[in-house]
Write a protein that binds this ligand. Structure first.
Ligand code: C2E
Ligand code: CA
Ligand code: CA
Length: 288
């Protein structure tokens, strides 16, 4: 069965590889099918961009989040969430997800080989991927083969409405954690069971969702939620990252509340790995 994506799944931004079209100029938007995905995976059309995680106090690069991009020969940019949704429907999510983890491991391996200080890289993993049999062993095997210290890989998990196989997810997380891989709880506070997730999974990090950061200066409820999350993180000994930091006033407010790590357009949009490294002095200068 060919599963297709509808127009709203395609983002408005015209990427470099779209042939320079704008949304208005595009004659008709082709929609990706299972065959597109299969070919994309086979031809390695999916690549990774990295968004910096920054120490707000020093401007140091303390990590990076790996975000999926699709260099599709015909299509506009398709949001990674939709690609993952499509891959889940088509039964291709394991293959695609492993390609993303393999990209991150390859990057870490290159940094180590070049004698550069490798920063931890976080990869997003859906509940479906996590519950796939053999997921944790495959990841551990990859790290061992490429001799990557496990603490350099973080798995970011998001609350999912369809956590049908909770047991499998819990055991995969426990296996990875025991090996030394870091676990991060993404989009914290946006779902219905964030606390249950916190209890269920052994996490090292919580990420405060962008929706609470955006209006942090004007919305008292958002501030209270961020404050409570920071307190929760502190009492559980977890590191807390604020997502979607876009300006200095938001950063200052977060710092006053005791948040030390930020991610967002203020420090940099998702970018090529080489740029990420070049950017370090720039982040430091900005934070100063
Ligand atoms: P996420 O994990 O919450 O990733 C952060 C998203 O917010 C990214 O969107 C990033 O580009 C965007 N962002 C970061 N800072 C800012 C900011 O300051 N302002 C604004 N407006 N946006 C910001 P992106 O790359 O479109 O990814 C969307 C989602 O797709 C991710 O949300 C994640 O849930 C999922 N995703 C991305 N890559 C993968 C992947 O390899 N595997 C899986 N399973 N999911 C992925
Ligand atoms: Ca994430
Ligand atoms: Ca997030």
């Amino acid at each position: 069965m060919a599963v297709s994506l509808q127009t709203p799944y395609v983002t408005a931004a015209a990427p470099l590889w779209s042939g320079g079209w704008t949304r208005q100029q595009a004659p008709s938007l082709p929609v990706p099918t299972r065959q597109d995905l299969q070919r994309g995976i086979k031809n390695r059309e999916f690549f990774t961009q990295y968004q910096p995680k920054i120490s707000m106090a020093t401007g140091d690069l303390v990590g990076a989040e790996a975000l999926m991009r699709w260099k599709h020969p015909r299509l506009w940019v398709v949001s990674p969430e939709k690609v993952i949704g499509l891959a889940e429907e088509c039964g291709l999510v394991h293959e695609l997800g492993m390609q993303m983890i393999s990209n991150a491991c390859g990057q870490l391996e290159r940094w180590i080989a070049e004698g550069e200080k490798a920063v931890p890289v976080a990869v997003n993993v859906s509940a479906k991927q996590l519950s796939q049999e053999g997921f944790s062993s495959t990841v551990i095997g990859m790290l061992l083969r490429q001799q990557i210290p496990p603490h350099l890989l973080t798995i970011e998990i998001t609350e999912s409405a369809e956590l049908q196989n909770a047991e499998a997810c819990i055991s995969a997380i426990a296996h990875l954690k025991e090996f030394g891989v870091r676990i991060s709880l993404d989009d914290f506070g946006t779902g219905f069971s964030s606390m249950a997730y916190l209890k269920m999974f052994q996490v090292d990090e919580i990420k405060i969702d962008r929706s609470f950061v955006t209006d942090i200066l004007s919305n008292q409820k958002d501030r209270a939620i961020v404050e409570a999350t920071l307190m929760l993180g502190k009492s559980l000994g977890l590191s807390v990252v604020a997502e979607g930091v876009e300006n200095w006033r938001q950063q200052r407010c977060l710092m006053r509340m005791g948040c030390h790590i930020g991610q967002g357009y203020l420090y940099g949009k998702p970018m090529a790995a080489e740029k990420l490294k070049l950017g370090v002095p720039e982040f430091a200068r900005k934070a100063g």
